[in-house]
Design a protein around this ligand. Structure first.
Ligand code: FE2
Length: 277
């Protein structure tokens, strides 16, 4: 068993997206455009309605998957195929946009804490034009296991402690864990060798391996190995651990479209403008 260690730290940067929602972006910016197979990681978090109330009105996606994980607050989503619902605290929406959807993601509250993540996961070339698919999971549908030291693990995707995650059938065989480590607790997670992996602490700070202490709001990219050791160093800490199989395919990207060639991006614009999503 080889333990993974940190190979790069990427501090998140404040930005805004949608109709003016304030975000902390650690992946998908100039600092780190992509991390195969991942394309974007945003954390949103504010108690001020003004920071998020504008939401994400109608916008398209093609060629990848968007994963929304709500920690606090409620978001309403609707798409052009008539699907809709509410994502509440602890809920996950794994949306495979495939050949295209147009949707909106709007806060269902005017004030109070709204906090969560959006991750973009690339699709292999052969799946980019697949029919859209949704996996909507409420908090109760996401398995939570308690490990040694009182560590709590929500298994969104992949596997932890022999417990399979709630999301299935995703091309890059993702691991997506949300971990809560009490003060001083240590947890060793299995992460498939050869898969791209990162840790993003969002409360407290965590020691990764036996060396690097990483605080909330910084993405720690991990080198290869098949486990990662995590130790809470500063009171309770909370973090996500995400991994996935790299695709090793060319990326052509423009805004909400992620394809393999420039021609496919031009085609995506044309299809969208002609209402073919
Ligand atoms: Fe979206």
């Amino acid at each position: 068993m080889a333990s993974r260690s940190v190979i790069r730290l990427v501090p998140s940067q404040q930005t805004s997206d949608g109709a003016g929602v304030k975000l902390n972006r650690s992946l998908g910016s100039q600092l780190l455009p992509d991390l195969d197979p991942f394309l974007l990681l945003d954390m949103f978090g504010s108690e001020e309605g003004a920071d998020y109330i504008a939401g994400f009105p109608d916008h398209p996606h093609r060629g990848f998957e968007t994963v929304t994980y709500m920690l606090d607050g409620r978001m309403r989503h609707e798409d052009n195929a008539g699907n809709g619902g509410t994502l509440g605290p602890g809920g996950v929406q794994w949306m495979t946009a495939g050949r295209g959807i147009v949707h909106s993601e709007m806060p269902e509250q005017e004030d109070g804490l709204m906090r969560g993540f959006q991750l973009w996961v690339n699709l292999p070339a052969k799946d980019k034009m697949c029919p859209p698919r949704y996996q909507n999971l409420e908090a109760e549908e996401i398995p939570e296991v308690t490990a040694a030291d009182g560590v709590r693990v929500k298994v969104i995707a992949g596997e932890a402690e022999g417990t399979p995650g709630a999301v299935n059938g995703i091309a890059v065989a993702p691991l997506y864990l949300d971990l809560t480590l009490p003060a001083g607790a240590r947890y060793t997670a299995d992460v498939p060798s050869g898969h791209t992996a990162f840790v993003y602490p969002y409360e407290g700070s965590v020691m990764i391996g036996d060396a690097d202490v990483v605080g909330a709001g910084t993405m720690a990219i991990l080198g290869d190995g098949d486990t990662v050791g995590l130790t809470s160093t500063d009171g309770e800490s909370r973090l996500i651990l995400v991994a996935g199989k790299p695709l090793n395919e060319p990326i052509a990207r423009y805004g909400p479209f992620v394809m393999n060639t420039r021609e496919e991006i031009v085609e995506a614009f044309r299809d969208y403008e002609q209402g073919r999503f």
